[in-house]
Design a protein around this ligand. Structure first.
Ligand code: ARG
Length: 611
């Protein structure tokens, strides 16, 4: 069996290494040996399409190139000596010169050249079994630690003080938290920051409103929920009232003591409310910072940008021009200071980079924010590069934008009354629906009220999160509570149900869940598809990490659950008579369960003990 460390990759990646070496042996680029899972599983398990490109380079016939590669592979790795047809030649009959290696090192069951020069590959069951055993033994479940030694700050959530959280904040929280969990599993040192909106004009609106009301003492969350909307609509209606809000904002930002004290008080109670919401959603943050935390960095940053000539004056304001010659659309300058000296969203975002660099020295910062803010981040990233906040591409700044969660009417999701849906109401709606679904499916019937409540909550979160994450991040989607809570189809509850089913099967089998088969998985026809799918896992993680796309993992989790379901229906597990096959199948179930739960956990979905 190959060493532990060499196996922290997918089957396709391992094959790419082997086939890549065979390309290299022909003097061809290694990358052309890339192998991927076949999109024609009826023909073969894996395929390599590099011979066509290699033929162009080598000015040869592609089939000839493919044949050269296949010859090398057959010599070194095949379970079938050159020239042998269909049947496997038993070990005794093999040419001793090619038979010097251990059985586990035989990789190829069948290699064929098809069409213009495709290399179609089937691997040996021993090779698949080796992968399963390695995954089973690996503390990281067979996932490469590609983020080891790197720090990433993830900016998600982004609720605004005094305003109710809306569905955009919900999406940001769910996606951001999932990316954080995924990166953590890949070995990154992750820092999730909620980055609250706590420093803009709304703060001045509230402070000036308190003054108008003659309110001096602390305010409650309920009071705040009334004060802000009133102040905001008054400001919109009346320019003089708006002027008061602006002046108050400036006074706060300049460090006025009374204002700071009042502001701190309503920030604190807002955070308390937010924490409750995020806890209920199962979304975690390492840091509860906000725009205001960038404040101490702003003055020096602006001086520096001015001194270096990157910041210029424009109509009394200070801006950083960020347009480029090859821009296809207009990219306006980033405004640092307004005429009255107040700072803006872009200023705090720029200074927040400085704060993060100073505090964490991150390799990357990932912003999970509504796609409609992409221009803003374009401006901020460009200004950061220009102003030297980013040095030699570090920290790498990435914008992971997302689309809108819509209602059935195709417009951003609202309550029936047309208002913003509060997060707590949305969760409550989900829980109620989940309860009804559990009852319908006759699940959780034998549980007491408390346990049923806990499970309904888990089912609701699984439904809401999976329905969100399974979409391409950038697409809009329709919030459909009925569909997402169903136990059938591509839903969170279906996945929970499958995970729980495997768990209860393992429980029934007894042995306390110890079916480690020490590398001797016995792959039968009925097991192969599930085993191969497990061997894909690292590929999907890598893709999700590279593009910040949790939907890739959702697809994989769903396929895994479905494949398990067919496996379960197609063969004997508990009732299998061959003791070794039974043990191997149970180990396969246990591995499937572990991998499925791992994928669900990075999606922020918790699997109940039973349901
Ligand atoms: N508070 C902002 C909003 O509600 C989102 C913050 C996103 N993060 C950032 N660094 N700008 O739109």
């Amino acid at each position: 069996m190959a060493g532990k460390t060499a196996l922290m990759t997918s089957l396709a990646e391992k094959l790419s290494e082997i086939v890549g070496a065979a390309f290299a042996a022909q003097g061809l680029p290694v990358e052309l040996g890339a192998v991927r899972v076949s999109d024609r599983p009826d023909l073969c398990q894996f395929q390599c399409n590099g011979a066509m490109a290699a033929a162009k380079l080598a000015r040869k016939n592609p089939r000839e190139v493919a044949q050269g590669v296949v010859d090398v592979l057959q010599k070194c790795h095949s379970d079938r000596p050159e020239g042998a047809e269909e049947s496997l030649v038993s070990r005794e009959n093999k040419d001793p010169s090619t038979d010097a290696r251990d059985d586990n090192e035989k990789v190829f069951q069948n290699i064929e050249i098809a069409g213009p020069g495709f290399i179609n590959i089937d691997v040996t069951d021993a090779f698949i079994a080796g992968q399963l055993a390695a995954m089973q033994a690996d503390a990281h479940a067979g996932l490469a630690q590609s983020g080891a030694g790197q720090t990433v700050v993830l900016d998600y959530g982004g609720p605004n003080i005094a305003k109710p959280m809306h569905v955009g904040h919900l999406r940001s929280s769910i996606i951001g938290d999932s990316l954080r969990r995924t990166m953590k599993v890949a070995g990154y040192n992750t820092i999730g920051d909620v980055h609250m909106g706590d420093w803009g004009t709304p703060m001045g609106m509230i402070l000036s409103e308190l003054e108008i009301m003659g309110h001096d003492g602390p305010v409650s969350m309920e009071q705040l929920a009334e004060i802000y909307p009133k102040a905001s609509s008054d400001c919109k209606a009346d320019e003089a009232r708006m002027e008061l809000a602006r002046a108050a904002t400036k006074r706060l930002q300049d460090g006025d003591e009374t204002y700071t004290r009042k502001w701190r008080q309503f920030i604190d109670i807002s955070i308390e409310g937010m924490r409750g919401n995020f806890d209920a959603l199962g979304v975690y943050f390492d840091e509860w910072k906000g725009e205001s935390d960038a404040h101490p960095f702003i003055a020096a940053m602006i001086d520096d940008l001015k001194a270096k000539g990157w910041a210029v004056e424009s109509d009394g304001a200070w801006v950083v021009p960020v347009e480029r010659n090859d821009d296809k659309k207009e990219v306006p300058p980033l405004i640092l200071l307004k005429k009255d000296g107040a700072v803006l969203y872009g200023t705090t975002d720029l200074a927040t980079i400085l704060d993060r660099v100073k505090t964490h020295n991150p390799d990357k910062i990932v912003y999970v924010v509504d796609q409609r803010q992409s221009l803003h981040f374009d401006q901020v990233f460009r200004a950061a590069e220009k102003g030297g906040l980013v040095v030699d591409g570090r920290p790498e700044l990435s914008f992971a934008g997302f689309g809108t969660m819509n209602g059935a009417d195709g417009k951003p999701f609202k309550t029936r009354a047309g208002g913003v849906m509060r997060l707590e109401d949305l969760i409550a709606m989900g829980v109620e629906k989940a309860r009804a679904r559990l009852e319908e499916a006759n699940l959780a019937a034998d549980m007491d009220e408390a346990e049923r409540g806990t499970i309904a909550h888990k089912v609701a979160l699984a439904a809401i999160k999976f329905a969100d994450l399974q979409n391409q991040r950038q697409s809009d989607y329709v919030f459909d509570l009925d569909r997402m809570t169903s136990f059938e189809g591509k839903t969170g509850p279906y996945l929970l149900y499958q995970a729980v089913r495997i768990q209860s099967l393992l429980r029934k089998a007894g042995d306390g869940g110890r079916w480690t088969v020490d590398g001797s998985f016995k792959i039968q026809n009925e097991d192969r598809a599930l085993a191969l799918l497990l061997g894909e896992m690292a590929d999907h993680f890598e893709l999700a990490l590279k593009n910040y796309t949790p939907h890739v993992l959702c697809d994989y989790a769903y396929r895994l659950a479905q494949e398990f379901s067919s496996f379960y229906g197609n063969c004997h597990i508990l009732s299998e008579e061959d003791v070794a096959v039974r043990a191997s199948r149970l180990a396969l179930c246990a591995l499937t369960h572990r991998q499925l739960c791992l994928v669900l956990s990075v999606l922020g979905i918790e699997v109940p003990e039973r349901m």
